[in-house]
Design a protein around this ligand. Structure first.
Ligand SMILES: *Cc1c(COP(=O)(O)O)cnc(C)c1O
Length: 457
């Protein structure tokens, strides 16, 4: 098909929308390692997980067999409100770069949460409602996940308790108010509403909190309140499964115009958007039907793939959650202030970790000033102000397109544009004022995190 026959934006018709999520674990020869009970170091049982998580989500978490899992009609109906997400040909960016490469991006910022996180939030809220629960608890750092979950809970009339890292609660009042608009209760963490919160406040008075601490509070609130369960916005297998709606739509849109991508790029925090985007393509690669290059882009300040260890580690600072085998910097690793709040997690999806260990994914780390430079370059020609997290993928896409300019190759590059950056203008301001600093942890910084990892293998 000739250039100008491909629409600027490829949308799917309603009847072309995916009806099932794709579970890449079914096609993986080396399955991701099981979660372990933090006390016994034995694989966690379904029953243990059900005390903390919703029942059907636990089944999805443990399901390594079924390649396709049907999307319940109620979730499909909700998806119709803001999906299909457009697959956009970045003609203007290509022109500006003068590259022979063809660049496409899948835009997930078309909903109030401003990110892909709603794809899993609505699924998790649905299963909680179906189980007859009163509500769910969670933590949020930068606020995208808390916002998405608040939206999903209000739709299904569920109570939503969000523990928001105190520093964000104070610095991002607008995010907080969006969540309250959707009826969520938002508590700055650490708080005096949980035992673990009170203990932390006593030990560190005046602390501005951390994601790890907020997770511990949210888990306590779930297990100590009747009719509540805890939900998480990334890392887990179930979240990656729900996010495959991104990759399935992308693949259907590309197939519709007989486009075969060469390189697929995504930013990686806990790995849910990247995993969701690449899963259907990875399935083809695993089955030997096609070949693609997959590139994960992480911040240089929190480089789990490129400098982390592949080992069992705690998922939270309080060590109450199961242990996961993943690329990790250690649960005690505190990344320096990096504005891409959604990429500050110490670990990585166990599915992506296994695929990376098997050499099926490439990874690179980018410094934030170069990421914001790419963000600005993109915003000026493509009409979308990207989230700092998403801009890591933009940076890599531009770099690959520039490589094509040198070699003259007409590669097709697809990247995930996970969201918009309107709540991140303080970061953009720092960048514009030349006040943004790059921070790369030293070997010693990383060593401290590695030493605090559990040792029992
Ligand atoms: C949360 C977030 C991410 C990173 O999360 P993953 O689980 O790695 O996908 C990326 N982009 C945006 C906009 C986010 O909100």
């Amino acid at each position: 098909m000739k250039h100008n026959e491909i629409p600027y934006k490829i949308y799917l018709e309603e009847n072309e929308m995916p009806k099932s999520w794709y579970n890449v674990r079914a096609d993986m020869k080396n399955k991701p390692a099981p979660l372990l009970n933090p006390a016994t170091h034995e694989p966690v049982t379904e029953e243990e997980l059900c005390n903390v998580f919703c029942k059907e989500l636990v089944e999805q978490e443990l399901n390594d067999r079924d390649a396709y899992i049907a999307i319940p009609q109620e979730i499909q109906d909700f998806y119709k409100m803001y999906r299909p997400a457009p697959l956009v040909r970045a003609y203007c960016l290509e022109k500006k770069l003068g590259t022979p490469a063809k660049i496409y991006y899948k835009f997930e910022g078309n909903n109030t949460s401003g990110s892909h996180k709603l794809n899993s939030a609505i699924a998790q809220a649905y299963y909680a409602k179906k189980q007859g629960l009163k509500g769910v608890t969670t933590e949020t750092g930068a606020g995208q996940w808390g916002t998405a979950l608040s939206m999903a809970c209000s739709y299904f009339d569920l109570d939503c308790k969000v523990f928001m890292v105190k520093v964000s609660y104070e610095q991002k009042p607008f995010r907080r108010e969006v969540m309250r608009t959707y009826g969520a209760s938002v508590t700055p963490s650490p708080s005096d509403t949980t035992e673990v919160g009170r203990a932390i406040l006593e030990k560190f008075p005046g602390t501005t909190g951390s994601l790890g601490c907020a997770i511990s509070e949210a888990v306590e609130a779930a297990v100590s309140n009747d009719g509540y369960r805890y939900v998480l916005g990334s890392v887990l297998n179930q979240v990656l499964l729900h996010q495959t709606i991104i990759g399935l739509e992308t693949k259907a849109a590309l197939d519709k115009y007989h486009i075969k991508p060469d390189i697929i790029i995504g930013c990686a925090g806990g790995g849910s958007n990247l995993g969701g985007l690449i899963s259907p393509f990875m399935g083809e690669k695993l089955r030997g039907e096609a070949d693609y290059r997959f590139i994960a882009v992480e911040p240089a300040s929190c480089p789990s793939f490129t400098r982390g260890r592949f080992a069992y580690d705690f998922c939270d600072t309080g060590a109450v959650c199961p242990l996961a085998k993943m690329y990790t910097l250690g649960s005690q690793f505190i990344p320096s202030a990096n504005h891409a709040g959604g990429l500050r997690y110490h670990g990585m999806s166990p599915i992506l970790s296994q695929l990376y260990a098997d050499g099926l994914i490439e990874a690179r780390a980018e410094e934030q000033t170069s990421v914001f430079k790419a963000a600005e370059q993109f915003a000026r020609v493509e009409g979308i102000l990207p989230a700092p997290e998403s801009s890591h993928a933009i940076k890599a896409a531009i770099d690959e397109a520039m490589r094509c300019k040198e070699t003259g190759e007409e590669k097709t590059i697809v990247f995930g544009l996970t969201g918009t950056g309107y709540f991140d203008m303080v970061a953009y301001e720092k960048f514009h004022n030349g006040e943004m600093k790059d921070y790369i942890p030293t070997e010693e910084d990383l060593q401290a995190g590695f030493e605090a990892m559990p040792k029992f293998e």
